[in-house]
Write a protein that binds this ligand. Structure first.
Ligand code: PAD
Ligand code: ZN
Length: 338
């Protein structure tokens, strides 16, 4: 039966208030308008950014960021302003006739969603959705931070702060780029075995030391500091610590973790005056529409693995369990299947 032009009723996970669990309810999904696509969701990962209410990478191909060779944060994306609406200022979702907001212009915790054409890519039909969904955000973010944003070189030294799904992908990116020393930093030592499996040469827990973690990292690199450091947690104190951990003259530190909203950092200008570079990275610096199909082919071609990142696969209606696992630090990535 064709659903073209008709409303589809389906299950969706909705939060009605901040800090409240998801409720699975029946919503109405309106047909797509011009330049939009209605999509049946097969699988979706659970990310820390969902907790901070963020994510979503789009590529319209027309704006200044899309046209610039180094740009990748499309102005069409809902990241800067976060309206919870489609680019035309409305939503395709209703619950008993009442408008339900969309999330990061995508909304994937629903059986059906409507997205702008700038958020859609065609991928290899043989690719397993319950694995390659990670390429839509977490994996590509971490891996690209090393490959594109830092441009890690063979033989270089790296430190990755935060060994969740995104941080482990950064470790994989550093390894793929040929780094000779990759130091994982996390306050949860349960993350260390997997980090080593993914390429970390050593792991340190800042809580095991009296001195600041940047001094510990200098000790581990013959007093030089690392060539590249990555903050993949989303805390201002670790952003500054990661900056201070890289080489005082030619070190580069990349912020990947999403900063808490309305936060500010106070730091000594001497940290960058001596030559360090401090930069941020959104979606690993990839232009999403160009990169996602290619990354899926690379995965299918065995260029990198995703399985070790997926610790739990849950039916969609167990979404709250997926978030509990994330909050307790017991999962790397939970994938919801529909
Ligand atoms: P996660 O919660 O799975 O991992 C974070 C890790 O950091 C955990 O292992 C924690 O134990 C560890 N940690 C927490 N506090 C500290 C600390 N003080 N010192 C050291 N380690 C600590 O998160 P994730 O991997 O899903 O996401 C990581 C960040 O990346 C998060 O801020 C998320 O919002 C962000 C992200 N950014 C983008 C982007 O485009 N920039 C995309 C997707 C995710
Ligand atoms: Zn654009």
């Amino acid at each position: 039966m064709s659903t073209a032009g008709k409303v589809i009723k389906c299950k969706a996970a909705v939060v009605w208030e901040v800090n409240k669990p998801f409720s699975i309810v029946e919503i109405e999904v309106a047909p797509p308008k011009a330049h939009e696509v209605r999509i049946k969701i097969l699988a979706s990962g659970v990310c820390r950014s969902d907790e901070h209410v963020l994510s979503g990478a789009l590529q319209c191909g027309e704006c200044s960021a899309c046209k610039h060779p180094r740009g990748n944060l499309c102005k069409m994306s809902d990241l800067g302003v976060s309206t919870g609406l489609m680019p035309d200022g409305t939503s395709r979702f209703t619950y008993k006739g009442q408008q339900v907001h969309t999330f990061a212009s995508t909304s994937t915790f629903t059986e059906y969603t409507v997205v702008h054409e700038s958020s859609v890519v065609k991928i290899d039909a043989a690719a397993p959705p319950e694995k390659v969904c990670l390429i839509g955000c977490g994996f590509s973010t971490g891996y690209g931070a090393a490959i594109n944003s830092a441009k890690v070189e063979p033989g270089s030294t790296c430190a990755v702060f935060g060994l969740g799904g995104v941080g482990l992908s950064t470790v994989m990116g550093c390894k793929a780029a040929g780094a000779s020393q990759i130091i994982g930093v996390d306050i949860n030592k349960d993350k260390f075995p997997k980090a080593k499996e993914m390429g970390a040469t050593e792991c340190v827990n800042p809580l095991d030391f009296k001195k600041p973690i940047n001094e510990v990292l200098f000790d581990l690199t013959d007093g030089e500091g690392v060539d590249y450091s990555f903050e993949v947690i989303g805390r201002t104190d670790t952003m500054t610590a990661a900056l201070a951990s890289c080489h005082m003259n030619y070190g580069t530190s990349v912020i990947v973790g999403v900063p808490p909203s309305a936060s500010e950092i106070t730091f000594s200008p001497a940290l960058i005056f001596t030559g360090r570079t401090w930069k941020g990275s959104i979606f690993g610096g990839w232009k999403s529409k160009d990169a996602v199909p290619k990354l899926v082919s690379d995965y299918m071609g065995g260029k990198f693995v995703l399985d070790p990142l997926i610790t739990h696969t849950l039916p969609f209606d167990k979404i709250n369990k997926g978030f509990e696992l994330l909050r307790s630090g017991k999962s790397i990535r939970s994938v919801l299947v529909f």
